[in-house]
Design a protein around this ligand. Structure first.
Ligand SMILES: Cc1cc2nc3c(=O)[nH]c(=O)nc-3n(C[C@H](O)[C@H](O)[C@H](O)COP(=O)(O)OP(=O)(O)OC[C@H]3O[C@@H](n4cnc5c(N)ncnc54)[C@H](O)[C@@H]3O)c2cc1C
Length: 423
């Protein structure tokens, strides 16, 4: 017979039951984004914390890496070689759900998926990458990108293949225009590697062609090394126009393939690659995590978003100067973020003495690689570069060094993609 008393006890037991079972249940680590930061975080969590339940949310079933996309443009790599699936991630014991996270409730600790499902979590790792700021360049929207490709996000709706086809179809003697955004943006050396790789293709296939690189900035990563290589390998082929010489593109006419600068100069080109200004991906902005500039400020030890502790934001979506927005940093910081998330969930302190590593290799020509290296640590007010810890490749006529760095670059790419997607 159910008395008031037993009903009360029963109700209390019912209320307490989920708490007891949650306490006994494995800790739930949810990872949003299956790219460089997210796939690395899932791998590290799975390998290092066998008792933690790891779930990865990623809409795409095939991930096309941005790194080495410039070699696809050069024709020296095929898209298949830079495309990866999630079977091995699953085989490791990560639950992979191919869906888009459409909302985060940091108070309820729950993520809503576009497919309608809601997933609870104990700690959330968010690595959704970037969004392109459509309209920041007048006339440059998603439709315009179908004519003037950006090729700047992974699995980019065929953008890299489109740009490659346009280069192949261009007549010898054509001008390739490249619009380069202001800082901060994904992969600081990326546009300049792209200039180099397109030049290497043109030199072989269409040697009368030119590249007009229109830059919003006055200086760029590994500038001396890139410009040395351009002079040596592609003399007279590349014109780089900095922001203070009217290089900033503010408007495009996609149909006419015209790039218009700040002071009204119009450049009509045969092929245009427009890399627009960027922000953190939409989910980070919609969740209220980003600051006014569009990036997520994080704690330099735990990578928790300042706006929502408990959500650890890694990869390009965060703002962590002087660290660059690179796949290497996304991978390197994922370990500290996961270790901190799990320690904090268990009531322990996050690991001390964190350090974060970066090496950005760039291919500049056949068997010609250059790099920049940096080691960073948490500081009192953000991230700090460890003095004398890195630097760029030496300048000068050093063919053996360039050849070796191209080999190191290939080895880096293989090892990081094996780590993220390999068995
Ligand atoms: C041309 C080019 C060359 C580059 N070369 C190098 C290089 O040589 N070395 C290097 O270190 N870096 C390089 N980079 C930079 C590197 O690609 C990025 O820094 C890296 O991809 C950042 O990792 P991420 O996890 O932040 O984002 P991404 O790798 O872009 O992954 C983000 C993932 O999140 C998913 N996602 C987004 N929103 C949601 C959502 N709402 N729900 C679920 N999933 C979501 C996306 O589908 C995507 O798969 C290059 C970039 C470019 C453009």
């Amino acid at each position: 017979m159910i008395t008031r008393r037993t009903l009360g006890l029963g109700a209390a037991a019912l209320i307490a039951a989920p708490a007891i079972s949650r306490a006994q249940a494995p800790l739930r680590l949810l990872v949003i984004g299956g790219g460089f930061g997210g796939a690395s975080a899932a791998r590290f969590a799975r390998d290092s914390y066998p008792d933690v339940q790891v779930t990865l949310i990623e809409p795409r079933t095939r991930f096309v890496t941005c790194p080495y996309g410039n070699l696809v443009l050069a024709g020296t790599k095929q898209l298949d070689a830079i495309t990866f699936g999630y079977d091995a991630v699953r085989a490791r014991g990560v639950t992979v759900i191919h869906d888009l996270a459409s909302g985060i409730d940091p108070v309820a600790k729950s993520v809503r998926l576009a497919g309608g499902q809601a997933l609870g979590y104990d700690r959330l790792i968010l690595s959704p990458g970037i969004a392109l700021r459509w309209g920041a360049i007048e006339g440059y929207d998603e439709a315009a990108a179908g004519l003037l490709p950006h090729a700047w996000v992974p699995g980019d709706g065929g953008q890299t293949a489109l740009l490659r086809r346009q280069l192949e179809a261009m007549e010898d003697g054509g001008v390739v225009g490249i619009a380069i955004p202001p800082n901060p943006f994904r992969c600081p050396p990326g546009p300049y590697e792209r200039i180099s790789m397109i030049a290497s293709y043109l030199k072989k296939a269409k040697p009368r062609s030119k590249i007009l690189a229109l830059d919003a900035k006055e200086a760029f990563s590994k500038q001396g090394l890139f410009q040395d290589a351009w002079n040596a390998l592609y003399p007279g082929m590349i014109e780089w126009v900095p922001g203070n010489r009217d290089g900033k593109i503010v408007k495009v006419d996609a149909r006419e393939r015209v790039l218009e600068t700040e002071f009204g100069e119009k450049h009509r080109v045969a092929v245009a690659n427009v890399i627009p200004p960027q922000s953190a991906a939409r989910i980070a902005i919609d969740a209220g995590l980003a600051n006014a500039s569009g990036w997520v400020e994080v704690d330099p030890v735990t990578f928790e978003a300042k706006a929502a502790p408990g959500i650890h934001v890694i990869g390009d979506a965060n703002t962590a100067p002087p660290m660059p927005k690179s796949g290497f940093i996304a991978n390197s910081t994922s370990r500290q973020a996961v270790a901190s998330a799990i320690a904090l969930a268990r009531g322990a302190a996050p690991p001390a003495d964190a350090s974060y590593f970066n090496t950005c290799y760039s291919h500049v020509g056949d068997e010609y690689g250059i790099s920049v290296v940096g080691i960073f640590r948490p500081g009192p007010a953000g991230f700090v570069e460890t003095p004398n810890s890195g630097g760029v490749s030496p300048r000068g006529n050093l063919p053996d060094q360039r050849r070796l760095e191209a080999i190191y670059a290939d080895a880096w790419y293989k090892s990081i993609t094996d780590y993220m997607f390999g068995a």
